[in-house]
Design a protein around this ligand. Structure first.
Ligand code: ADP
Ligand code: MG
Length: 295
């Protein structure tokens, strides 16, 4: 491939809403046969809404939401924004927690008014050996069966409630996945979220249930990509989060969502400016056409 022809390709890319890091990037797209897609913020809007609050027996739902909101107000995660937003709507401005830390792929922890608080996946609580009472187990099972995400809330060593959040699939995702198939790519869903929520999204966009890899810790996403490559696949990966950066760098072609985090955009080869996955299919088609023309 001559540099000049590839430059033409990159210029056309900008018109399609794709920012390409360098002309050499397009060459790697030629043999791509697999596209791994992050769920939250990539296939879905990444804008969660709070649907329900289930307090544990004897707990107050407004207090469960307020405490969770204080901690989540310090996090950038889409789930955190939904919870903090809903808490502010009901309780007004929220104070800052005394201490706060992200627990990658699980949730958040911190100190509020001297109380140790955990908010996140039910696994976050079990990692701390906290038990879930049956009413909360039921709320979690019910939410996950509907493809929603359950967020457990605990303080002072006790589970206090479950918040249910949900995201919506981008209107363009299903069509984009159809385009990937036309290009001969196998779409794979890779997510840290629970298997039921992942399966629900996969069904909505036309990803085969066997091609869903769920409950993957952020540090393990890159290993999944490496494993697919070791199997002989040539892998594109699309993602938006800090948790996707290593996987984007490991993939043969990394695609970041324009609204995604700086870490993802820096790690990727290509940025889809509007976050429309159809542009990823356009990019791959463009690259193949450009390279065929100049052969
Ligand atoms: P994904 O982008 O696929 O959702 P993440 O690694 O960001 O993957 O998160 C994995 C899971 O951990 C989320 O689906 C959610 O259940 C939980 N989680 C992560 N961060 C938070 C948070 N700030 N609040 C509540 N839950 C969280
Ligand atoms: Mg994401």
């Amino acid at each position: 491939a001559t540099p000049t022809a590839l430059m033409v390709g990159t210029g056309r890319g900008a018109q399609l809403g794709i920012l390409i890091k360098g002309p050499e990037v397009l060459e790697s797209t030629h043999h791509i046969n697999t596209i791994v897609l992050d769920k939250t913020g990539t296939i879905t809007e990444g804008r969660m809404t709070l649907l329900a609050v289930h307090p544990a027996a004897g707990e107050d739902d407004a207090e469960v939401l307020r405490i969770a909101g204080i901690l989540e107000n310090a996090s950038e995660h889409p789930i955190a924004r939904a919870i903090a937003g809903a808490a502010k709507e009901r309780a007004g401005e929220l104070p800052a927690p005394e201490d706060f830390a992200n627990v990658e792929g699980l949730g958040v922890q911190g100190i509020i008014d001297g109380h140790a608080v955990l908010v996140g996946r039910p696994k976050l609580l079990s990692d701390w050996a906290l038990a879930l009472p049956p009413e909360l187990e039921g709320a979690i099972a019910g939410a996950e069966a509907e493809g929603r995400t359950a967020v457990a809330v605990a303080w002072d060593g006790k589970a206090r409630g479950v918040l249910v959040v949900a995201d919506t699939v981008k209107p363009t995702s299903a069509e984009a996945i159809g385009h990937f198939r036309e290009l001969g790519l196998t779409p794979i869903l890779l997510t840290g979220d629970n298997a039921t929520a992942a399966a629900s999204v996969a069904r909505q966009v036309g990803i085969d249930p066997d091609d869903v890899i769920a409950e993957v810790m952020p540090q393990d996403k890159a290993d999944v990509i490496a494993r697919l490559k070791a199997e002989g696949k040539v892998v594109a990966m699309a993602g938006d989060g800090v948790n996707d950066a290593a996987a984007l760098a490991t993939a043969d072609l990394g695609l970041a969502m324009g609204a995604g985090t700086d870490a993802a955009i820096e790690a990727a080869d290509l940025t889809l400016v509007t976050g429309d996955l159809r542009a990823a299919a356009d990019a791959i088609r463009l690259a193949r056409r450009t390279l065929t023309t100049i052969k």
